[in-house]
Design a protein around this ligand. Structure first.
Ligand SMILES: [Zn+2]
Length: 142
């Protein structure tokens, strides 16, 4: 977990990799861009996370600001157990709180109006994704 007060003036970039057992993908959400990439099916979740961090670094290289904070699934990089959703005890993933968890259905409808991860990343403004994360109380948990 990040102490956000230390990075309150930094640009936040969120990364995530996902693997549903068949397909592997990675995503990066920055204030003015959302990027997703589907990786080869045999790619690991660790590869997806690293690819997301590389995409975040590419965003940083192409901008002028020097103050960034990259928020990612650090448990994978630290070899820790995956966290679980406090509401339903499912594995806590970006896909879970952006698409699957029934606890946040009403908030998702308010901010997204779509019910797939692809729909979120392709059709929802990055600012709306970040506002949704703040609204459901996950902002300080990432
Ligand atoms: Zn849940």
């Amino acid at each position: 977990m990040v102490n956000r007060s230390e990075f309150s003036h930094h640009i936040e970039i969120y990364t995530d990799g996902s693997n549903d057992g068949i397909r592997t993908a990675t995503a990066v959400v920055a204030p003015n861009s959302v990027k997703t990439v589907r990786l080869p099916d045999n790619a690991s979740i660790f590869t997806a996370e690293i690819h997301a961090l590389d995409m975040a670094l590419d965003i940083i290289r192409r901008t002028r600001s020097k103050d960034y904070v990259v928020l990612s699934d650090s448990y994978l990089l630290k070899g820790e157990s995956q966290p679980v959703c406090e509401a339903c005890h499912s594995p806590l993933t970006v896909k879970h709180f952006l698409v699957d968890c029934t606890r946040y259905s009403a908030a998702r409808q308010r901010y997204f109006g779509v019910d797939t991860l692809k729909g979120v990343f392709e059709n929802v403004a990055s600012g709306n994704i970040i506002t949704y994360v703040k609204d459901i109380g996950f902002y300080n948990c990432i």
